[in-house]
Write a protein that binds this ligand. Structure first.
Ligand code: PGA
Length: 258
């Protein structure tokens, strides 16, 4: 049975003590839930201390990034190999990485490959920007980002991964336009269709697909209610523990209604 994933992307917020305080609150307000998997992606520096502070029945950790070489002379980088005992997941190809740090399709593919090589599950982010949407190129962009990123993988490896559809124009930092759930449904279906074409229906059924882009406690249910939406990747609204707990609660209610 697939668990609904609610993932928090803290981005570059919180130093070690601020992160500890937030974990202290989250440990208290979030219950352990069988059908909901809550994943926290804090800044890299805080991963180590947080790993000792989280209630492991309630939370799993993700990195927001890592480099695709396992070790070597790469000043400033941290590898998936170094993270393997610390995290279950790694966010890869987030639009902020693609836009601000020029991560192109081959780089994202190499990161997905390295992530899996090191026993970490990727949360692969894909999504079109506003200009691509306006030009009617959404499906082409999704196709290219998805098929390149998973081109080195087996069906078994794809089954275990998580894909987050995050239209760039809907992410709070890039404009935060509210995406209509009916529009999102079409792309979720398209992603699953692409995976099914490449790896078959069973793999397509197993892979978890999340939605991300300005999701908050008010809007989360409308996205999670979509057919084949297996969770949400949350930025801004995950920084406030009460709102994040409310999002988790909404996911719980929805899972127990269905
Ligand atoms: P947002 O960020 O929820 O603040 O839009 C989502 C993301 O960037 O993953």
């Amino acid at each position: 049975m697939k668990r609904t994933m609610i993932a928090a992307n803290w981005k570059m917020h919180f130093d070690t003590s601020e992160a500890s305080i937030l974990i202290h609150h989250l440990n208290k307000v979030v219950p352990a839930l069988r059908l909901i998997e809550v994943v926290l992606a804090p800044p890299l520096l805080t991963l180590q201390p947080i790993s000792n502070e989280i209630d492991r029945r309630k939370f799993r950790l993700a990195s927001q990034n890592a480099f695709f070489q396992d070790e070597g002379a790469y000043t400033g980088e941290v590898s998936f190999t170094m993270l393997r005992d610390l995290v279950h997941y790694s966010i890869i190809g987030h639009s902020e990485r693609r836009i601000y740090f020029n991560e192109d399709l081959p780089t994202v593919k190499n990161k997905v490959t390295a992530c899996i090589r090191n026993g970490i599950n990727p949360i692969l982010c894909i999504g079109e920007n506003k200009a691509e949407k306006v030009a009617g190129r959404t499906k082409q962009v999704i196709h290219d980002q998805l098929t390149t990123a998973i081109s080195n993988l087996t069906g078994h490896e794809v089954s275990d991964m998580v894909i987050a559809y995050e239209p760039v124009w809907a992410i709070s930092t890039f404009g935060g336009e509210v995406a209509q759930p009916t529009d999102i449904q079409k792309i979720l279906d398209y992603i699953r269709f692409q995976i099914s074409e490449l790896f078959g229906a069973k793999v397509a059924q197993n892979v978890r697909i999340l939605y991300g882009g300005s999701v908050n406690a008010d809007s989360v249910s409308s996205y999670l209610a979509l057919d084949g939406c297996d969770g949400a990747l949350i930025g801004g609204a995950s920084l406030k523990y009460l709102e994040f707990a409310e999002i988790i609660n909404k996911a719980y209610i929805l899972r127990h209604q269905s």
